[in-house]
Design a protein around this ligand. Sequence first.
Ligand code: SF4
Ligand code: SF4
Length: 714
Amino acid sequence: MTTPTLQNYHGSLKQALGDDFLRQTLDNFAVQYRANRQLIFADVNEKGLIAEIAESKEASLDHLEELYAQFREQAAKKGITVHRAATAKEAQELVCQLAKDYDCKKIIKSKSMTAEEIHLNHALIEAGLEVTETDLGEWIIQLRHEGPSHMVMPAIHLSRYQVADVFTEATKTNQDSDISLLVKVARQELRAKFVEADMGISGANFAIAETGTFAICTNEGNGRLTTTLPRVHVAICGIDKLVPTLHDALRVIKVLPRNATAQAITTYVSWITGALECQRTGTGQEKKLHIIFLDNGRSDLIKDTKCRQALRCVRCGACANLCPVFRLVGGHRMGYVYIGAIGLILTYFFHGHERAKVLAQNCIGCETCKDICAAGIDLPTVIQEIRARLNEEYGSTMDSALLGKVLQNRKLFHTLLKFGKWAQLPVKKGRYIRHLPDIFAPYQGFRALPAIADKAFRDLWPSIKPPEAPGALKIGVFAGCAQDFIYPRHLKAAVDILARLKVNLEFPETQSCCGLPVQMMGQRQAAIATAKGNIEAFQPFAPDYIVTLCASCASHIKSHYADLLAKENLGEQVKAFTDKIIDFSSLLTDVLKVKPETFVNNQERVGYHYPCHLIRGLGVVEAPKTLLGMSGQYLPSQEEDSCCGFGGTYSMKFPEISGVILENKLKRFEEAGVTCLVTDCPGCFMQLDGGAQRKGGKLKVEHMSEFLARHLAK
Ligand code: SF4
Ligand code: SF4
């Protein structure tokens, strides 16, 4: 398979976006899954269990060699032969050799992502063996000669009509597209394969060191038939699947099916302890059982402190289920073998940096995957780390390198923004830029672009700074570049409200961009320089809080500054700065304790878009709803917490995806009957307001500060 370039990747994304069935199926599944998942987790402590899994998986990774030795010893006592393969090729060769040693010609397989990882089928077929996948979805994609588009539901991208065509071709008989009839066809065709098979190949969800047991979780009976009927069984398992005890495995089982498909338990959980206990085949031959532990880069990844958390993955596939990108383009465009957020990461580590170069760009950074991960992996941060490494390894693209250079130099950055104010005059129309030729902003027609403001907030500040309020809280204002230069009116509205609430405000002029755009682009040095500059800017003011109206700035500062500045010898300064950062809504509700009488409530029908970095990045849920309930008639909307498709530079890089996400988002607010849509982030504002403008401007979009200032009691 060739490595995609950005250009042919765009072509492939557009093709997927044109597949209405794919989009509708993934979207329906996501909506249903989300509701079912909530119900199925209602009786367990979801976050507590996930934290326990993360902790126990980390401990296992620390002792993997001991666990392997223990498993090997215990398994050997029970007649299992244990192998270790350093590479995918070694694992392929081992399986082929076992087939030769035991004179196996026909092989059946139950679903295994590890077997997919090493492209086992290709190797077996090349060795002249007959291989049949027996999981329904896997069999379908095998017949289509393609890889899985989801780790748990490999054929989710196909309609029943497409499956009927595949089965018609495979059986040389016309097949009906009725699903129950299609399942019957599969059952009939596969039964014969089970009976004839010499070797069964499975994966393993866990390998338990204390007993030498391994386990497989499946929803179809094929796993049991594969592991019991043939006279030889070979299991392939990543070394990261080793756990110390049955208890550790059972803990994962409490979360894995709930997270994967919103089931309390999979239909089958098969525990295999020893060849001698396996069912005899009726041929008079003793069952042979082998397990191959695959390394394929895992030992190196364990030593990689920034990324090793990826090895906690239990392969539930949930990081794809709600991912806004996956929901639109499916797994074949969002990963190589492994798909979804973890797919972007594992492609880099298991299938080559070159192959990950383009794929790793296709993440909005919305944190939905992090929020849902069964193993508590901070997937977006690991993806960002990979982007930074790819930039270092292959060099940055011109635009990202340029942005990195400019943002490192605050004065140059601000001068360029001020110059932009004059340069935009020929195309400026009110607050927006008239449609730009594609050469300047390719494919950005899905939203109106904002103009740079006539006067930046930093230039307004001296004339709007409220009088001192002796003894009151001292609050620093972190403007962020979008609101400083494009939307100073958001900040001006916040100043009006805060002045009414009698606090002392400070605006340190040497502050600059928070650094998130360059962090997202993998420009590590620029991200460090901007972080350092901002801490120094606020140092002399010693504020009690530092408020920002940008959820993305707040989340980036709180989540990444400590790590970015770890080697900068700034001592306690970093923590002192990041601890003080607070979003605007939380400042009003939690610190300043605003009351309903602060506002005039004329029951304006208002909806709220949760910025990803507010709800998932900062964990703020109630504050915006409380404020909107005090100042208007808050109308909840479906998926109000899902991403708007902005993602900073993402929307410029992948406008085809960003535009569709935006369109869906606005539709949901319209359906809820809101007349004003409020949000707490200038990036989301730019996306939503630009989209609403393109649609004729009927839906008013405001930042929370503007909405509240408009309803401030006299
Ligand atoms: S951060 Fe969002 S866009 Fe990126 S992989 Fe995770 S869910 Fe998908
Ligand atoms: S990364 Fe997390 S959510 Fe994704 S498959 Fe692995 S465990 Fe599941």
